[in-house]
Structures are given as C-alpha cells and as structure tokens.
Write a protein that binds this ligand. Sequence first.
Ligand code: GSH
Length: 364
Amino acid sequence: MIHTNRREIAADDFFTGMFSTALDSQEIQTAITFPLPEAAGYFKLPHPASGYVLCGAFVARGPEGVRVAVNGAGPCVFRDASAEAALADRFYPETAKALAFDAEDFTEDLHADKHYRAQVLPAVIRQATERALAKGDQFTDAFLALNPRAVVPVLVHDGRIITESTIINEYIAEAFDGPSLMPADPWWRARKRYWSMLLDTGLHSPHTTVLSFVIALRFAFLKFLDTPQKIEAHLKSVRDPASRERQREAFELGYEAQSFRTAVFAFDALLEEMEDALAKSPWLAGDALSLADLDMAPYVHRLDTLGLSNLYAERPHVAEWYNRLQARPSWKTAITDAHDANWLELMAVKGRDAWPEVSALLKA
Ligand SMILES: N[C@@H](CCC(=O)N[C@@H](CS)C(=O)NCC(=O)O)C(=O)O
C-alpha cells in the first residue's frame, strides 16, 4: 500500500507507465506498508556490457499468498498472474521452467528485444524463487516448533513428531506395512545399528557436508556472496560455531581445507569397511536388504554425484552393491525423481575438478 499526504493507493495501481505514477500534482508519497512475507527473493538480470537491468523478478510467499512482480520487462513493474498461480501450486524454483510469456507487451530497447526479455523471464523468476527459499525457513518459529535443531528431515505422523533420518527410517519400517527391513537375528541387528551409528557420528556431518561444500555448494553461495563483507555477514548467520569455522576454512582454502582432507580419509576408510563387509554378505546387515543399506546408499550416491565414483568403483563388492540398489524400482522414486536438477548440475560441473584433488590426497 502506498500512503500519500492525501490518500492510500494500492500498490498494483501505483505505476501507470514508464515515467508515470498515480500520484497527482502536489501529492507526496509519505510511506509504504506491506504484509511481512514468510519468504521473499529478488533477482535481476543485468546486461553484461552496460549493467542495465534487462528484467528482474521479486517473488514472495506470505499471508496473502504468492506474489510475483516483474520489473524491466514491460513499461513499468507488473504482477504476473500465471507465475503466481504456478508458484502458489508449488513454491519451488523448477516450477518457473514451465512458464511462458507473450513478448507482445514487453519492452524493446538497445539492450535487448522483447523476445529476449520474454525468453529469459522464467529463468529470472526461477533464480528469485531460489533466493526466496534460501532464506532459512528452518529458523522460522513454525519449523523450530517441529525441530529445535533446525534441520530436515522431520516426519509428522498421527500428529506426533519424529526427527533424525536413521530414526525416521526405523519408524517408517515399524509403523507401516511392508517388509520389516530390520534383520531378525540380533547379531545382524547389531550390525545394522553399527552402520547407522557411523552415519550419525561423523559421516553425515561433518564429512559429507564438507565434501559437498568444498567441491560444489560453496560456488552456489559465492554467486551471492561476492564481496568479503558479504561472506563475513553470511558466516555470522551460521549458528553452529563448528560448522561456521568449517565454512570459513572452505571459503578461504577450498580443497586445501583440513576438514576436506579429513573427510576424504574418512570416506576412504568407510568404503574399505563396506568392501570387507560386502565380501562376506550380499547386504550390509545380512542376506537381505535392510535399513543398513538404505541408510548408507545416499552417501555412496553423493560420491557419485560429486564426481568421486572412482572411490567405490575400484572396490568391486561396493560397486556391485551400489548397482544392485540402483536397479531397484524404488531408486527412481526415492532418489532420481527427488533430485533438484540445479544442484545436480552444479555438483556434476564442479565435480569434474574433484577426482584429481582427491586422488592426489589419497596418494600423498
Ligand atoms: N542427524 C540429522 C542431520 C540432518 C541435517 O544435517 N540436515 C541438513 C540437510 S542434509 C539441514 O537441514 N541443514 C540445514 C542447516 O544446516 O541449516 C539427520 O540425519 O536427520
């Protein structure tokens, strides 16, 4: 809402053309007010030579639903109903890919023609949505009420909350119909718990987090954190002091970070242990697939997506185990279909640099 010395003007009615607003002569704007969004992000696409904004999008989700405002593409900023409806249905960056814009009313100038602006707008909205989602929903009161540790995943079943991945997996196996996924024999049950324990005491965090961050994810952050001051402000917002320092080290040293070396050696040792176990039994906790295999699969898969498949490919039992898991129909639903294409691409592209670094560390 735009407040003036005479009246209130709805934001949608304020801009009326490239160089005009709804303000009358002598009318002065005194304030603007808006409902606080739960999530909001802005992205603008500057012309690479002139820096002039070709188009930009502001995406917000709040008490009144989803709002998408576009600037630079038309004579003045406008809301786009089709983008709002699509994002209201699924507030996710990929949603923007399916959008298409009619170039007819778009701006043409020396920076770009109208077709170019219409063509890039879905990608601009995608970036804005990504920024809206990167704002830390895990720290909202609503999420902290589910998990005060501010991490995903959280399962809510019959109104009760279950946190921690390995515990959630056991819960699902016990609470729902289907194969037990827990070995019947107590010794094999102990082995299942051993693998889950490894995952919860270092494999996930810090090792997988560090590996992913150094190889790929830090570059996604550096797109936004393009000055030392912005990196510092971001680091201040990382609540856990240990992970804050690991991130600082990764930003400063990249592959030279000590935590990266530790992660590589930890993964190498883990795969060796898995190779030994899988030489003795077809699955990690016995003759049948169990939660131990399901717990471990995403971590071997992460090596795969980060360009580090050599780490397990040369261990024939692990490689064969991984192939068997990938051949299961549920792999597609649980892993392939659930991937975020942008992250996958970033990991694939940046992962091309990873193996030479990792193999040099292992040979040293
Ligand atoms: N031990 C926890 C770890 C969960 C965890 O670290 N989740 C990460 C994503 S993989 C997260 O929510 N990170 C958000 C953040 O660190 O702010 C589990 O296995 O459930």
